[in-house]
Write a protein that binds this ligand. Structure first.
Ligand SMILES: Cc1ncc(COP(=O)(O)O)c(C=O)c1O
Length: 381
């Protein structure tokens, strides 16, 4: 049996809804299925000022413009993240300041943020790695003390909760991804959530190429005009229809994925207890969306052995992110691998395990059995 690292999941309703969207004659952004998604999110999560975007990447860019990032502004973010998080900063002239991670979650280590703040700091962009919410209360406290904006990269955490609050709601703004690798997918898609009421109207302008078209749609104006900077941050209604088919089945998808988390937790528990392998330890007040699972091996060689033995069995394990600070662009910015020694070390030893919704129905037992065999070979128990 071949176990890929990731596989998109279809609920069965995608085709029906997408054809329906096509037949409606209105397939651009902010039409029927966009509205249905936004209504569903509002009802379920209280996401009030939310904007469906073409990708998580686009949502990050729209958020940075909404936060009014200026050239030279410094932005604190983890080095252990996807390139889109930092691209949103550098594309608009911001200066990324990389922060170390907390090995219990691989999210930004909030205790190390304050030392990085300077008079030029404008914003903090924590991410929710593997769908585990970052320490948002502590981060918001720091931001409040220093008058900074917090933009949470929730690309992986749609459907997670922090102290009973849905992902992204405690930050000023948050970006989500609906890429095919995520729990809920439009193929490509994203969402910008804005929690600052005074920013809402401007966000509608930014999404519509810097025009006040939203006021025409509301009937407040007859003609729209160019009022701000902006871009096309809209998701086509055809893709929104696909997303709606997935969000309608959100709980069923989450439950299936929960079986994967549980199985991996049971598999790695004996090794984690003995301090051989590190696994994520979300705080007790976090509720997971079950996006992903990772494990940190004691050495680079142990990780390589684990991965190659599994590859022989056609089980594909992935190494996770390459840290940004020691990537070619990070080095050009003046960072060195040793600038963030913890991130560098952990990223050399971490693995992301196969994780996709349909694996709960087929492939999970095979994967766990074979991983157990490999771990017994490696550690004798
Ligand atoms: C942390 C993080 N930020 C941003 C993105 C970009 O999202 P998208 O692929 O939807 O552009 C991703 C993922 O793919 C991600 O994992």
């Amino acid at each position: 049996m071949r176990i890929p690292f990731n596989k998109p999941y279809l609920t069965g309703d995608e085709e029906k809804y997408m054809i329906d969207a096509l037949k409606s004659g209105q397939v651009c952004g902010n039409h029927t299925y966009c509205k249905k998604n936004l209504a569903l999110m509002k009802e379920k999560y209280g996401y009030d000022s939310a904007f469906l975007c073409p990708s998580g990447t686009a949502a990050l860019e729209m958020g940075v413009v909404l936060a009014d990032l200026k050239p030279g502004d410094e932005v604190i973010l983890p080095s252990y993240t996807f390139s889109s998080t930092v691209n949103a900063v550098v594309l608009f002239g911001g200066v990324p300041i990389f922060c170390e991670v907390d090995p219990k979650t691989m999210n930004i280590d909030y205790t190390k943020i304050e030392a990085l703040i300077t008079p030029k700091t404008k914003m903090i962009i924590p991410i929710d790695y593997a769908g585990v919410p970052c320490d948002i209360d502590e981060i918001m406290e720091i931001a409040l003390r220093h008058n900074l904006i917090v933009f949470q990269d929730c690309a992986q955490s749609y459907g997670s909760y922090y102290k009973g609050v849905p992902s992204g709601k405690k930050a000023h703004i948050a970006a989500f991804s609906f890429h095919e690798s995520k729990n809920y997918s439009a193929g490509e898609g994203g969402l910008l959530l804005n929690n600052v009421p005074e920013w809402h109207l401007r966000a509608t302008f930014l999404q519509e190429k810097g025009t006040d078209r939203s006021l025409v749609i509301n009937g407040q104006k007859n003609k729209y005009s160019w009022v701000d900077k902006g871009s096309s941050y809209l998701l086509s209604d055809v893709l929104a229809a696909m997303l709606y088919a997935q969000l309608e089945h959100e709980e069923e998808i989450k439950a299936k994925r929960g079986k994967l988390t549980e199985a991996y937790q049971n598999l790695f528990a004996p090794y984690a207890e003995k301090g051989i392998i590190g696994v994520f330890q979300p705080k007790e007040y976090v509720q997971l969306n079950h996006h992903a699972y990772w494990a940190v091996f004691p050495t680079v060689e142990a990780r390589a052995t684990f991965m190659s033995r599994l590859k022989e069995k056609e089980i594909y394990v992935y190494i996770g992110y390459m840290p940004l600070h020691s990537s070619p662009y990070g080095l050009r910015l003046g960072y060195k691998p040793e600038s963030l020694p913890l991130t560098e070390d952990l990223s050399n030893r971490i693995v992301r395990l196969p994780f996709y919704t349909s694996m709960a129905d087929e492939g999970l037992d095979y994967t766990i059995e074979n991983m157990k065999k490999v771990l017994i070979e490696m550690y004798g128990f």
